[in-house]
Design a protein around this ligand. Sequence first.
Ligand code: PLP
Length: 426
Amino acid sequence: MGNSLAISGGPRLTDREWPRWPQPGDQALKSLEDVLTSGRWTISCAYQGRQSYERQFAAAFADYCGSTLCVPTATGTSALAIALEACGVGASDEVIVPGLSWVASASAVLGINAVPVLVDVDPSTYCLDPAAVEAAVTHRTRAITVVHAYSAVADLDALLDIAQRHGLPLIEDCAHAHGARYGKWPVGAFGTAGVFSMQGSKLLTCGEGGAVVTDDPEIAVRAEHLRADGRMLRRDAVGVGEMELLETGQLMGSNACLSEFHAAVLMDQLDLLDEQNARRTRSANHLTGRLGELGLGLTVQETSAGTTDRAYYRYAVQLPDELLAVAPVDRIARALTAELGFPVMQTHRPLNDNPLNRPSTRRRFATDAEYMARVEPSRFGLPVAKRIHESVVSFGHEVLLAPLDAIDDIASAFGKVIAHVRELAD
Ligand SMILES: Cc1ncc(COP(=O)(O)O)c(C=O)c1O
């Protein structure tokens, strides 16, 4: 009998062109040209008589996030490190970090000389498990970071309760969740600070960028210093040719400023975000319905009970054990990729077993043997994160911008691969 699956030489389920990401809006080229000729390509150059794109974006994004203040940064990683330091976290302090995330969740903590404590996630939302957080808090814990992962919002009520009872700042990492809402508010507005990445794959992107949002003016001022080599933006009038950044000497920083080019692109993209998110949600709901109709035991990632709007950064589906007994998750992901023509992948590797999370390879962290033992990721157990990694496949949000008949093809591809899974067995 011949092979049916595309990965084993059979016909592909579809040859259609899928939407690509990122997608520039109508304003981007004009704004970029405006920056080019403005005489000011970053806020760390002299003021040129008009508001920078960086300031425009800070105001617009704070408003979008339901926060009063926003400090844009060069990357999401720097935003995370800056938010933690601005909340008072430093050398040797423990920071709770979800065990299923991109390496930056741990490396940003290491970067400020603190200790990531890897904590397991909830099996249905893939976000930080509040009970595991409670068990991990010690007298050395100085902050909790939570990631709203893939398409879920974490259980913020439970996490805020833990943070408040222990007097700890909660930092919401919203790198996957631009525009998601919990109760009445957008994510990022619940924690002591919210952190965003605008790296090229994200729902709101300018290639590389980030932001910290907060309602606390002291945290915002510290974040400003930390991202601009110890300078903050002047609050009084500034003349043409003068520096808008003031050297206060209050708090040493590094340079993680967002350039004017990046801020201009973000202004363009922010205008598009809500409409794109609505299309993604419509497609995701449609696909969830179609996958359910297949009756094949596929379990779509859930979100916390308090979520009012999801933002689909990645659409994630858990495969049933019977299927995984025949073929491993990575082979099934590759078979789906071959049918559909866009990448279907496993989730992040758990941070206790991730080749990108190896503090021992960096000389800068080798302060002493005790510290090195504390930051060794393999000392943590993350059974739920491991199970998710070994059973969940996911794909990127741009696919969800396709028309609904294309979304039907995705469900058909799952049906086809599952029907012929024996072709993937050893
Ligand atoms: C959850 C999470 N946090 C932080 C980051 C870091 O953001 P950046 O790549 O902009 O430094 C990422 C990047 O993908 C992420 O997924």
